[in-house]
Design a protein around this ligand. Structure first.
Ligand SMILES: C[S@@+](CC[C@H](N)C(=O)[O-])C[C@H]1O[C@@H](n2cnc3c(N)ncnc32)[C@H](O)[C@@H]1O
Length: 283
């Protein structure tokens, strides 16, 4: 059942959107001195080698991070994300050349400070072992090989009452769609001021519409939806786009995304590419 490996997809166009939003959100949290928790329900391995067999087999990063890493026309809003990836490569390999791509824990590790902590969950034995190794010298990180949905509910509210929660399931099972939203709704009932980021793939439009309805039919407030689709919705198998629901986004995130989305369309997309940015539920 557990066959999904993010190593095949690391650095693709969907990671670019997800991880640039994560970088902007975590950067925003560090503007206050007070520490916060980063909770990652589906953390993956933490770091990926783009020259290994997984990434090379699909080559997905080539229409993602590879097209941005050396761009000299980056909008200001993407600079920290790209610089962070260059810094990781430089530190590990001595060169800014793109050979490593950080997963969500890899991004958090670069941004979190001594007063912040990270709680990372993954079920896959191989990815969990890699994640454990990746976080070995990261003092304020706590990794668990257990269900991330339950993990989120057990962790909120954190003692600091400041947190960013990332929910990024593999969606191998259709039940992940409603389960991810339900987890956020339950977590919100316990901790309404947390920031929740939920990633979703656009494979079947009705499943995404149902997620949006599940949010609007509940008492969750202040939900921003962003979506970037390389090609139009299709009945064929495969992901045509991806998006994020962000509950309690940083206040400038929507205007930052207004700059990022047309840039990504220009760099990664075609005339068929579309994006949406919508305040799905008001404050
Ligand atoms: C999309 S990947 C995560 C990628 C990562 N968040 C990133 O941005 O780099 C999904 C991960 O969820 C893990 N997984 C699947 N079901 C899970 C569950 N119920 N709880 C925790 N992890 C799970 C998989 O092993 C896989 O590593």
């Amino acid at each position: 059942m557990l066959s999904y490996r993010h190593a095949f997809h690391a650095g693709n166009f969907a990671d670019v959107l997800k991880h640039s939003v994560l970088t902007l959100t975590l950067d925003y949290m560090t503007r206050k001195e007070k520490g916060f928790s980063y909770i990652d329900s589906h953390a993956g391995a933490g770091m990926y080698q783009l020259n290994d067999d997984y990434a090379q087999k699909t080559g997905e990063y080539k229409n993602g991070i590879e097209k941005l890493i050396n761009a000299n026309d980056l909008p200001e809003e993407l600079i920290n994300y790209i610089e962070l990836i260059k810094a990781i490569n430089k530190k590990e390999t001595g060169s800014e050349q793109l050979t490593l791509y950080p997963g969500s824990p890899g991004i958090a590790k670069q941004i979190l400070r001594r007063q912040d902590n990270a709680h990372l969950f993954d079920l896959h034995p191989t990815d969990f072992a890699l994640l454990t190794e990746f976080t070995q010298r990261w003092k304020k990180s706590f990794v668990k090989q257990s269900d991330g949905y339950q993990g989120v509910l057990a962790m909120v509210p954190p003692p600091s009452r400041r947190a960013v929660v990332l929910i990024d399931p593999p969606y191998e099972l259709k039940e992940d769609y409603p389960k991810a939203v339900k987890t956020i709704i339950k977590a919100y009932q316990k901790f309404a001021t947390g920031t929740y980021i939920l990633w979703y793939p656009v494979v079947t439009r009705t499943l995404v519409d149902k997620m949006a309805r599940d949010f609007t039919n509940n008492s969750v407030k202040n939900v921003l939806q962003v979506e970037f689709c390389l090609t139009p919705d299709s009945d064929e198998y495969g992901m045509t786009g991806s998006g994020l629901f962000i509950v309690n986004p940083p206040w400038q995130l929507a205007s930052q995304l207004e700059k990022i989305l047309p840039y990504l369309k220009n760099k990664l997309g075609s005339q068929q590419t579309t994006f949406i940015l919508e305040q799905l539920i008001n404050e």
